[in-house]
Write a protein that binds this ligand. Sequence first.
Ligand SMILES: Nc1ncnc2c1ncn2[C@@H]1O[C@H](COP(=O)(O)OP(=O)(O)OP(=O)(O)O)[C@@H](O)[C@H]1O
Ligand SMILES: [Mg+2]
Length: 251
Amino acid sequence: MLDICNLVKNYGKKQAVKGINFTVNPGEIFGFLGHNGAGKTTTIKISSGLLKPTSGTVKICGYDIVSQPVEAKKNLGYVPEAPYLYNKLTGREFLSMVSGIYMKNSYDLAKKRINSLLGQFQMSNDADKLIGSYSQGMRRKITLCAALLHKPKVILLDEPTSGLDAVSAKAAKDMFRKHANENAAVLLTTHILEIAERICDRIGVIYQGELIAAGTLDELKERASSPGSTLEDIFMELTQENKNETEKGED
Ligand SMILES: Nc1ncnc2c1ncn2[C@@H]1O[C@H](COP(=O)(O)OP(=O)(O)OP(=O)(O)O)[C@@H](O)[C@H]1O
Ligand SMILES: [Mg+2]
């Protein structure tokens, strides 16, 4: 459903992504973990079509995001790390605008979906206020509503729960699972290991632009040196191993 193949991205001399391969299958939530600057946002931005890869491919439901962007994007929902929103529109107007792009022949269905999503995120009372007056968490919630509105088959979420209160974070996590249960492929980045542990079916660890491990939590635990390791222990161990190898290579 989401296929990332030999993906490379250089920003000038900086190699941000160094040949990443992975697939997120329908029905699956794939958690993307990595330190600051590891290359998560770069991978997601390329997958969304916002950035061009230096080489390699990303396919959304079989469509290449570079050569077949329209078909690919029809199947895509994307929550950016730093969303751009129209401050002079209300939340509801913004969602109506997005539904006009993705669901242009189903006005009544779109209206119902907008109301339902706003309700699930406790945004019904603020939906008719200007986005410019929203708090950070409210902006994130409107972005989530916009990304999920047309029930996309591939959902890219860059730190989707950052800034959300506990109730909204729980609503968001439940919604991601619901979409996966309806056969969407979900890729999400997070620094909150508890989220990765609780809701992700598989986890990929990216370190300095390389995917250094991927698997279910149990598979990652099997690789760990001591039994009973938590995801935090495994993450520390994996990144430390790679840090040591990089340093050895530099000697
Ligand atoms: N527009 C840019 N120009 C130059 N370098 C960039 C640009 N965007 C990102 N980078 C560099 O690419 C690397 C990967 O950045 P990226 O934003 O993908 O990391 P990340 O894993 O999302 O980090 P974080 O956890 O902090 O969000 C970093 O070294 C960053 O400095
Ligand atoms: Mg990022």
